[in-house]
Design a protein around this ligand. Structure first.
Ligand code: UDX
Length: 436
């Protein structure tokens, strides 16, 4: 099939390359000339495991191309909309400028029978509005939310847990659902659940999934707060409740909380949309989810101050991690960097290291010191804090080796990812989040 993908950020670039890798002819379109130049040369503009390979293979095969010219969307069977929906500057609602611009820019090039498939995370009701603009062209607008996780984006795109297709009622909608089945032929052949809904349900599935995940993390972080005043251990608590199959252990990692380009903005946008719909009270708990999440960053800072004897002023602190999660160079709303910046604000001499995100971090927070080499970053530190659970820190940093580099053996485990007993027996004072 011929596909166009409008918006070549984390979502669109991966989608375009993944679709080419399963045999489609794909044109990726974005207004950012630098991004398009890089992608056209088969160079991933950001770090995402596996992307570089499928991108260069796609370009070499001739099935994958990139352009800034929307006219090249003409002739595609399906046009995916994968542009960003950031948080508005002056509020919590989603900014739909890019979605509207993408759809309006595409409309002149649509043909009768084309499918326009929205993938961006949008407030419920957006698709119905867009459909009013698209339908007169004879194309069909559907909503096909994306559930990919950064760090696993390629795998999640090619082999998702489920596919959701929100389509309009009637023949055109049914045909469009069949077209999407054909697009995702490899996943459909593996019997991946393919759920056909109306437009509003598809939009809500995405908002609900992210709200649930965020709530799960804040729930365990709330338990960490209780653990902190009772001497209980939240990691054991999570293990024990996680054995209940109805609860499950995943996403019960207490620590400095969630960040990134999706969960924080999406729960805020969901709250804002619910308010607009007169149902703010239905998701008012999401305000609490957000508040608990942000408190964890402060808690990590306080824990570090306490661990270093009540003040971090002029203390050398090594911050292990900058990305909002491992396997990513993404620093959007990164709890790791918030903690680093706060410690710097308290007068600490902060050195940040990260396997992938240093360049992005330096561009955003030039006031911090950055050292690419982990061991060099650790050398001479009075205290260390782990804020992104990369394997380089979690599995591949023996506490004895770290001890030989630092000036003071104080470690704060902002992700509860270290073996506390091993660090203590190597002479470290270990502080976890919600752990005695
Ligand atoms: C998320 C959703 O998982 C994905 O389905 C959606 O499409 C986009 O948003 P992503 O932002 O890539 O994906 O990251 P995710 O793996 O969900 O992690 C989000 C944040 O939660 C990270 O900062 C991570 O460190 C944190 N987290 C995750 C925890 O603090 N504890 C956990 O147990 C799990």
């Amino acid at each position: 099939m011929r596909l166009s993908v409008i918006g070549c950020g984390y979502l669109g670039a991966v989608h375009a390359a993944a679709m080419a890798s399963i045999g489609h002819e794909v044109i990726g379109i974005d207004v950012d000339e630098r991004k398009i130049a890089s992608l056209s040369q088969g160079q991933a503009p950001f770090f995402e495991p596996g992307l570089q390979q499928i991108l260069s293979d796609g370009i070499a095969s001739g099935r994958l191309r990139f352009t800034t010219d929307m006219a090249e969307a003409h002739g595609s069977d399906v046009h995916f909309i994968g542009v960003g929906t950031p948080q508005q500057k002056d509020g919590y609602a989603a900014d739909l400028t890019y979605v509207n611009a993408a759809v309006d820019g595409l409309i002149p090039y649509l043909r009768e029978g084309d499918v326009v498939a929205g993938k961006s995370t949008v407030p419920v009701g957006t698709a119905a509005e867009l459909a009013e603009r698209v339908t007169p062209t004879g194309a069909t607008l559907v909503w096909n939310p994306e559930f990919l996780r950064e760090g696993f984006a390629v795998q999640d795109t090619i082999d998702p847990d489920r596919l959701v297709a929100g389509v309009p009622a009637g023949d055109a909608g049914e045909r469009a659902a069949d077209v999407l089945r054909e697009v995702y032929h490899t996943a459909v052949a593996k019997n991946t659940p393919f759920i056909v809904t109306d437009l509003a349900t598809a939009e809500l599935v995405k908002a609900a999934a992210n709200a649930f995940l965020a709530t799960k993390i804040s729930f365990i972080n709330a338990m960490a707060e209780i653990a902190e005043v009772t001497g209980a251990d939240v990691t054991q608590l999570a293990d024990a409740i996680g054995h209940d199959a109805r609860i499950g252990r995943r996403f019960l990692g207490a620590g400095i909380g969630f960040g990134g380009g999706c969960l924080p903005k999406d729960i805020r946008a969901f709250s804002a949309r619910a308010e607009e719909l007169g149902r703010g009270e239905s998701v008012s708990f999401l305000r609490e989810v957000d508040a608990i999440n942000l408190r964890r960053r402060e808690r990590a800072v306080q824990l570090t101050v306490n661990a270093l004897g009540g003040s971090v002023f002029e203390k050398k602190i090594t911050v292990l991690g900058a990305a909002f999660k491992p396997h990513s160079d993404d620093i959007r709303d990164s709890p790791a960097l918030d903690v680093a910046v706060a410690l710097h604000g308290l007068g600490a001499i902060v050195t940040v290291t990260d396997p992938e995100a240093i360049d992005n971090a330096r561009a955003r927070h030039p006031q911090l010191n950055y050292v690419a080499d982990r061991d060099e970053a650790l050398t001479g530190a009075d205290g260390v804090i782990v804020v992104t659970e990369w394997d380089e820190y979690r599995r591949q940093l023996p506490p004895e080796h770290a001890a030989s580099l630092v000036a003071g053996r104080v470690i704060v485990d902002g992700r509860n990812c270290l073996d506390a007993a091993a660090w203590r027996s190597a002479g470290w004072e270990y502080f976890g989040m919600g752990r005695p």
